[in-house]
Write a protein that binds this ligand. Structure first.
Ligand code: RM4
Ligand code: MN
Ligand code: MN
Length: 397
């Protein structure tokens, strides 16, 4: 018997359901556009042509799961004349606008760096782009500015590694000082790509150093696809939560690199371990500073069901993580009983929570099986017909 789940009846305790009820997973606008690899981008019937159509599709995910109340924007991909009007449109669709993601990875001027560039004019241009993103946040009411920098080098000797860090710190300081009192800066790290010798924010330690220097409203964004193979990601989660500097997740899954596949699809046990540390570290507590977002592309699968599957994967592994019998686990850990402690952990992971989650969804007026509900909703056929003309949105447009 564990503290959340009456094994005999197989139902969840109220404490678990209250925690699940708080869960919100933000969807990326760019997941609804056509994506692919550098070899080919595949189209899908009904793919959105505008940010408004992306928001309408994201709203279907929330309507069927109750898990995805906000949509992250990418600037300039989702640039519009009136963000206040776009926020009102999102509200009409039953969702709100969330994280604003900057983009310095598609401008020729940034070939040798953006916020780290040796030329102060280029750095100023990159800083100004981020100040424009904050203006968007002011209009949308967004809390988080997400900065993922593509800055890096391809060859030893190409750049002064320490000088790049100093310029980065100075640029981030200018951006951070522009934030409003309720706004945050989340700095995302990535071990490689687009550059292969060094990235200027390659790992959690570098991101932690910079956000610690900036102040309390600067935090780290952990993208689950941004680590070297065999990295213990849940250790980073535990450490950043312990240090009070885990701001957000970009969830996806990978087999080889930053594949941006459906979260949990490659390794559901890793997702469980990550969420177990989130639960243990208070990341799902009321008032937690941790934001949960998907950062994925759907290259060959339909986008809306791909996003539904993703948020359900996170919910299912969260429910399993909440089933860990923490009292028995602590007792076994303190006793040095390795196998008993591992058994407590695996007992929760091996619990099939889908029937209980189905019951819970029905109790909240949601479809028991959101994937099946979408498949029979007719929405896919509707948008394929409605959007037959026009130019489908690509990953970056
Ligand atoms: C990067 C990183 C950023 C995302 C871009 C599109 O690998 O994950 O979060 O905005 O991709
Ligand atoms: Mn990301
Ligand atoms: Mn990525």
């Amino acid at each position: 018997m564990n503290q959340f789940n009456d094994q005999e009846s197989g139902v969840f305790d109220d404490a678990l359901l209250t925690t699940l009820g708080r869960q919100a997973i933000e969807l990326p606008s760019w997941a609804f556009g056509n994506a692919g690899t550098r070899f080919k981008v595949y189209g899908t019937p009904g793919t959105p042509r505008t940010i408004q159509e992306k928001i309408a599709d994201a709203a279907q995910v929330h309507r069927l799961t109750g898990l995805a109340p906000s949509v992250a924007l990418h600037i300039p991909w989702d640039l519009v004349d009136d963000f206040g009007k776009l926020a009102a449109f999102a509200d009409d669709q039953g969702v709100r606008l969330g994280t604003i993601n900057s983009n310095t990875f598609q401008d020729d001027d940034y070939k040798f760096g953006s916020l780290t560039h040796v030329d102060p004019a280029i750095r100023r241009k990159a800083v100004d782009h981020h100040l424009r993103c904050i203006e968007v946040m002011d209009a949308t009411g967004s809390r988080d500015l997400k900065i993922w920098l593509p800055d890096g080098t391809n060859y030893p000797g190409q750049g002064d590694l320490r000088g790049r860090q100093d310029r980065l710190a100075e640029s981030l300081r200018t951006i951070y000082d522009r934030l409003g009192p309720d706004q945050r800066l989340v700095l995302e790290y990535k071990i490689f790509e687009p550059f292969f010798y060094t990235m200027d924010v390659p790992d959690w330690g570098t991101a932690f150093a910079h956000v610690t220097a900036l102040g309390e409203r600067a935090l780290v964004c952990l993208d689950t696809g941004h680590h070297a193979p065999s990295t213990n990601i849940e250790f980073i989660v535990a450490q950043l939560l312990r240090l009070g500097k885990l701001g957000s997740f970009d969830f996806n899954s990978r087999f080889y690199a930053d594949d941006d596949l459906i979260v949990g699809a490659a390794d559901p046990f890793q997702l469980f371990r990550i969420l177990a540390e989130v639960v243990r570290g208070g990341g799902l507590d009321d008032g937690s500073p941790v934001a949960f977002m998907l950062d994925q592309c759907h290259n060959i699968e339909d986008k809306i069901p791909g996003q539904i599957r993703s948020v359900l994967n996170v919910q299912e592994m969260t429910a399993r993580a909440l089933l860990i019998d923490t009292e028995s686990l602590r007792a076994a850990q303190d006793a040095g009983d390795v196998l008993a402690a591992n058994a407590v952990y695996m007992d929760a992971f091996y619990t099939d929570v889908r029937p209980a989650l189905g019951d819970w969804r029905e109790s909240r007026g949601l479809p028991r099986d959101p994937m099946a509900a979408y498949a029979t909703s007719g929405y896919a056929e509707l948008i394929a017909a409605e959007r037959a003309g026009g130019v489908q949105a690509g990953w970056g447009a």
